[in-house]
Ligand binder design. Structure first.
Ligand code: FES
Length: 184
């Protein structure tokens, strides 16, 4: 099983942000961002380590990591395609965009391609309703006024782009799919 041990450097970065807050536990969100930036997702192992550092229980960390859609608790692909399916985008064809991507990538929304290159997600409002329909790539680039042709052009560019470290992490971590269960 792939390990996701926090490095000394990553622990130092997390410890450096703790003094910015009254309570160490309040640093959990930036700490999770640091972990995700490093590994591409936040594993159970990483949640346990950050919980120890911040004085939280692993379940408390998991509840936060799984609540916000910008955090990934499972490995994701090199290119994370998030298509908005909220009202403005839906009215302007978001469902067709999702269907087209599902067909082109041969996966369903919420899945990752076998080679770890693409993950497709249908998400709620991305805050760019006036340029609907909209897709965001890797929490960064916005692709606006999408059409079927634009989607194919974007996919072509991404297929030709070099793979980052995330597919490697994905391949090694697929088995690490356990989740925390809250004690009753
Ligand atoms: S409804 Fe799609 S960006 Fe707001």
């Amino acid at each position: 099983m792939a390990t996701q041990k926090l490095t000394i450097s990553l622990k130092a970065q997390i410890n450096a942000i703790i003094p910015r807050y009254v309570e160490p536990r309040s640093a959990v969100m930036p700490a999770l961002h640091l972990i995700q930036d490093e590994f591409g997702y936040i594993s159970r192992e990483a949640m346990e380590e950050v919980a120890t550092i911040l004085g939280l229980t692993p379940v408390q960390v998991y509840e936060i990591a799984s609540f916000y859609h910008q955090f990934h608790t499972k490995p994701i692909g090199c290119h994370h395609l998030q298509v908005c399916i909220n009202v403005s985008c839906m009215l302007l064809g978001a469902e067709n965009i999702v269907s087209q991507l599902e067909q082109s990538l041969n996966i369903e929304s919420g899945q990752t391609t076998a080679d770890g290159r693409f993950t497709l997600s249908a998400v709620q409002c991305l805050g760019s309703c006036d340029t609907a329909p909209v897709m965001q790539i890797n929490n960064q680039a916005y692709c606006e006024h999408l059409t079927g042709q634009r989607v194919e052009e974007i996919l072509q560019r991404l297929r030709e782009a070099p793979m980052g470290h995330r597919p490697e992490a994905f391949a090694g971590a697929q088995k690490d799919q356990r989740e925390f269960t809250v004690a009753k």
